[in-house]
Design a protein around this ligand. Structure first.
Ligand code: ATP
Ligand code: MG
Length: 314
């Protein structure tokens, strides 16, 4: 169905002309295209499931979707997962995907997504929010774009967090709703890196507003325990539905497989809708800029499967 967002992006048709150069860079690069990339991992197979995954990611998803990536434990690949899910969905869809670094304490998503053509962050968007909200159509997209950065391959946009921790105070529930509503007017999929503070109104508002929860963890007892505790907390807060529909993303931070992995897969399968496992990749270990094209084909294949599992809940 050729549906249009207010900003004029066709959900299933051609990209708006302004984005063609970005798409050309992203999608013209064979390695950055998830179908091409993952097909590399599938070479020789009779019938590749890759085209099916890409087709599922490209389908009309209806109204814009907010995806919250959460686990209050540090270092459990929230930021990595937010960036790589946005990159995978954005590469498949070609447009309309945004990653918001809503980490209250010095988020690193802006850095890891690569390009920074300006230093504007959520703080500057908040300062100009009324003006942007009052725009519509092309003007809205252009006004908002002044506050966004773009992934190096153009596959998704980034709304960066601010270095100043006092900005967190501005992000009270009404403000978080307004920002998300604005982003829903211009983007189809909004991936939010939620940070680590479950007590904050900001964190709780994003989870409440989310259409899909992604629980990230690594195969370690402390990380899995914290994820489990968070799911208990959300159930106690009356959010059993979002817990049951959640996807658990288990990332392997070392090349050696963890003996805990199989048990954790089983455990989170019993608590959440599905579990996806993504492998260790040396290109991710440095914690610096994430370059989708430098990931191993099997890593891209795993992220393609994971992102499809996430989008199946939309
Ligand atoms: N599959 C992987 N292979 C190799 N390294 C990985 C993998 N997944 C994550 N990492 C690395 O683990 C580190 C922690 O990941 P990340 O920064 O995404 O965690 P986080 O949950 O966002 O942490 P924080 O809560 O501190 O913001 C990073 O250096 C990242 O590059
Ligand atoms: Mg992080």
């Amino acid at each position: 169905m050729a549906e249009r967002t207010e900003a004029g992006w066709s959900r299933s048709g051609e990209a708006a002309p302004r984005w063609r150069s970005l798409l050309g860079r992203g999608r013209g690069d064979r390695a950055a295209d998830p179908a091409e990339a993952a097909n590399g991992a599938q070479r020789g197979a009779q019938a590749s499931p890759v085209d099916e995954y890409v087709a599922r990611l490209r389908r009309d998803m209806g109204p814009a979707k907010v995806v919250a990536f959460a686990n209050p434990k540090g270092g459990v690949h929230k930021t990595t997962a937010t960036v790589l899910c946005a990159a995978t969905i954005g590469s498949a869809r070609g447009r309309g995907v945004l990653a918001w670094d809503d980490n209250e304490l010095r988020g690193t998503l802006g850095l890891r997504a690569g390009s920074a053509r300006h230093a504007r962050t959520i703080r500057h968007l908040i300062e100009n929010l009324v003006e942007v909200e009052n725009s519509s159509g092309e003007e809205l997209r252009d006004r908002l774009d002044e506050f966004l950065r773009h992934a190096a391959d153009g596959s998704y946009d980034v709304l960066a967090g601010d270095e100043d921790h006092r900005v967190a105070r501005l992000l009270d529930p009404p403000m978080v709703w307004r920002v998300l509503e604005l982003l829903r007017r211009t983007h189809d999929v909004i991936c939010v890196d939620t940070g680590n503070n479950v007590e904050s109104a900001n964190w709780q508002t994003v989870i409440k507003a989310a259409d899909q929860l992604v629980v990230t963890s690594v195969p370690r007892e402390d990380a899995a325990f914290t994820a489990d505790w968070m799911l208990d907390l959300l159930e106690e807060m009356g959010m059993g539905d979002i817990v049951a529909n959640a996807v658990t993303l288990l990332s392997c931070p070392t090349p050696t497989p963890s003996p805990m992995l199989a048990d954790l897969v089983k455990h989170f399968q019993s608590r959440t809708r599905t579990v996806a496992v993504v492998p260790y990749d040396p290109a991710l270990e440095s914690g610096s800029s994430i370059d989708y094209a430098s990931l191993k084909p099997e890593t891209r294949m795993a992220w393609l499967q994971a992102a499809t599992a996430v989008s199946d809940g939309f």
